[in-house]
Design a protein around this ligand. Structure first.
Ligand SMILES: [Zn+2]
Length: 261
């Protein structure tokens, strides 16, 4: 009886591990786009702590990428004819100031590039869109920081003007949130931005078309997967990296392209 219980417990544990690591799935080919939000040790009472990756873990993930021959380039370059042999695009949604303080020094010392998606109405401000969810206020990148980073090769893209759910908006709203975002980016950076990330990963045909009309040629979702030749450039899958991911999780995500929030 005890042996049977032990066997059942071991079986359940193995099943749990299997569900977590998806080891049975075949490796996936394609260009990986990694999705991050915060790089910080400070959880600040957030209910979304899973989006706050510790700097030490982030550094180990970058070292793993380097050690496996990946070259971190901007999203635009990763999907261009000019892409290196083994590209990876490291993307950051929302444009938090901890990108400047925590992520960029680790990227820069390794010669790695990144792409940051800005909420243009809140540049120099904070994450106002999170307020009604009880999320702590966090500073966003300032204009001066953005210009300095852009000069050093960081790519900036749009994440809408006010971080609204774009699928809930009419044409006027889409104009304000997507075309308005492009205008603000063009004013800030001196040239139109090419890349976009849908707030909350939410989009539909109308949103997709408005994004294209605003001059963005690539747009990211939060759906898991890797980019292959046939992937629609305006609904790009990404691999979400979470605080709880250890190196085994990260390696399996990189090969299986499985992730969920
Ligand atoms: Zn966001």
């Amino acid at each position: 009886m005890l042996d049977w219980l032990g066997g059942a417990a071991a079986g359940l544990a193995a099943l749990g591990l299997s569900l977590r690591y998806n080891w049975w799935r075949a490796p996936r080919r394609g260009v990986p786009l990694l999705m991050y939000h915060h790089i910080t040790d400070n959880l600040n009472g957030s209910g979304l702590a899973k989006l706050r990756v510790a700097p030490r873990r982030f550094a180990r993930q970058l070292d793993w990428l380097l050690g496996h021959g990946y070259q971190a380039v901007t999203l635009s370059r990763a999907l261009s004819a000019d892409a290196p042999a083994r590209p990876v695009a490291i993307t950051f949604d929302d444009g938090f100031a901890n990108f400047y303080d925590e992520a960029w020094p680790l990227l820069r010392e390794r010669g790695m590039a990144a792409t940051v998606f800005l909420v243009t109405a809140e540049v120099d401000g904070a994450n106002a869109w999170d307020r009604d969810k009880g999320e702590p206020e966090e500073p966003l990148l300032s204009r001066a920081q953005i210009l300095e980073l852009a000069a050093r090769g960081v790519e900036f893209g749009g994440h809408s003007h006010n971080h609204h759910d774009l699928t809930a908006l009419d044409d006027r709203g889409l104009m304000r949130e997507i075309t308005g975002c492009q205008k603000a980016l063009t004013d800030l950076l001196g040239k139109p931005a090419r890349v976009f990330s849908y707030p909350y990963g939410l989009f539909n045909d109308q949103v997709r078309q408005a994004t294209s009309r605003a001059g963005f040629t690539m747009a990211c979702t939060t759906r898991p997967g890797m980019i292959v030749h046939a992937t629609d450039r305006l609904s790009l899958p990404r691999i979400i990296v979470k605080r709880s991911d250890d190196m085994l999780d990260f390696r399996l995500k990189m090969s299986r392209a499985r992730s969920r929030l």
